[in-house]
Design a protein around this ligand. Structure first.
Ligand SMILES: *Cc1c(COP(=O)(O)O)cnc(C)c1O
Length: 370
């Protein structure tokens, strides 16, 4: 969205806000079709699930429609109980968000303000700097190592002002991941007063793809590290991005604080119903991760045949150096009815990020690239 040059309210906004640019989401399909007058475009831009939601989640959402005049259960008793069981923690260790980005926001609002430092890696999730700046805290971006997190450098950059460290595993937009040993070592090195957030938005894909002894489920470490928060989402493998549900798992004294700043009813009634049903539909998740593994192989092979090398990815997308201006290529793909994500940030201008689609969608993308 274009921001007005002069904004009469700017001088009154709190300190971080004037310098903020809004998060730039993937282009919606409808917008592309409207602007370019085309039909049957495909969107491989927002890491959405190409298999759609679980049919059980859809049924649960339609069943709850007669209750829409009610507020949802703010304590989310049932969903939290299911998640607590899944992660072998107690319900009061689960914090629900309107998407996991909402949980990330709660963390920043509870722990960071002007004068504090929030650390993350270069080429990591675009929300980390936005959330940091929104509260007027200082972003510390540590240079990446081969497109991934440089944990030793991050650990060395911790100061007594560091309040929060965000780690995306696997990382978005690069798809890189951290193995069990390096992440565990990092957690052991971090002083206990620093909150470490391990953002596992792509956990299900990574777990299905990686050597299982190497990719860590950080939630196993919660009892060892009271300063650890693990976030997960229903937006990616679970396929209900449109409902907006995510969660954090953490020490109950940490969730206590997050719940103090959380807006009441931040997860709506159809979202709770959909998430409960999606969680139970393990067969759907299995189909989703299988499609993803086949799609990753298809994209890697197809890109390689075009002389392009994608960064190895454990997620549901690949980030690839297209050896030209990524924005220009992005626009020419739009004209062919394919939406991907350019990476206009410094150091990645020749990269695009492509979400794994169905076999047919991946084929269409590869044909459009040729
Ligand atoms: C997609 C994504 C999220 C969260 O998305 P929500 O829809 O808000 O749950 C969080 N972190 C990363 C790294 C992501 O890519």
């Amino acid at each position: 969205m274009e921001q007005p040059k002069q904004n009469r309210f700017l001088s009154r906004a709190s300190s971080g806000v004037p310098g903020l640019k809004p998060y730039s989401p993937g282009k919606p399909l409808e917008e592309l079709e409207r602007e370019y007058g085309i039909t049957d475009a495909i969107k491989l831009a927002s890491n959405e699930n190409p298999m759609g939601p679980s049919p059980k989640a859809m049924a649960a959402v339609s069943h709850c429609l007669t209750e829409l005049h009610r507020y949802p259960d703010d304590g989310a008793y049932r969903l939290k109980a299911l998640l607590a069981q899944k992660h072998a923690v107690s319900s009061d260790q689960i914090v629900l968000g309107n998407g996991s980005s909402n949980v990330l926001e709660l963390l920043v609002r509870v722990f960071a303000s002007v004068g504090d430092e929030v650390m993350f890696s270069q080429h990591a999730f675009a929300m980390y700097p936005i959330l940091t700046q929104a509260v007027g805290a200082t972003a510390v971006e540590v240079p990446s190592n081969a497109w991934g997190h440089d944990l030793p450098a991050m650990s060395a950059a911790i100061t007594d002002k560091t309040k929060l460290v965000f780690i995306a595993n696997p990382n978005n937009p690069t798809g890189t991941w951290l193995d069990r040993e390096s992440l565990r070592q990092f957690l052991e090195a971090v002083p206990e007063q620093v909150i470490v957030v391990v953002d596992e938005a792509y956990f299900e894909f990574a777990m299905a793809t990686a050597d299982k002894t190497a990719y860590p489920d950080s939630s196993y470490w919660l009892s060892d590290f009271p300063n650890l928060v693990v976030t997960r989402t229903f937006s990616k493998a679970y396929g209900i991005a449109g409902l907006r549900v995510g969660y954090g798992i953490c020490h109950s004294e940490m969730s206590d604080l997050l719940n103090r700043v959380r807006a009441p009813f931040n997860v709506n009634l159809p979202a709770l119903a959909g998430a409960e049903a999606a969680l139970a539909d393990t067969a759907h998740i299995q189909r989703v991760v299988e499609n993803n593994q086949a799609g990753l192989a298809q994209l890697h092979a197809g890109l390689q045949a075009l002389g392009l090398q994608a960064i190895p990815s454990l997620a549901n997308f690949v980030c690839v150096d297209v050896k030209q201006d990524g924005l220009v290529l992005y626009e020419s793909l739009l004209r062919k009815g394919v939406i991907v994500r350019p990476r206009p940030s410094a150091g990645m201008k020749s990269f695009i990020r492509i979400t794994v689609g169905t076999v047919a969608e991946n084929e269409k993308l590869l044909a459009a690239l040729t």
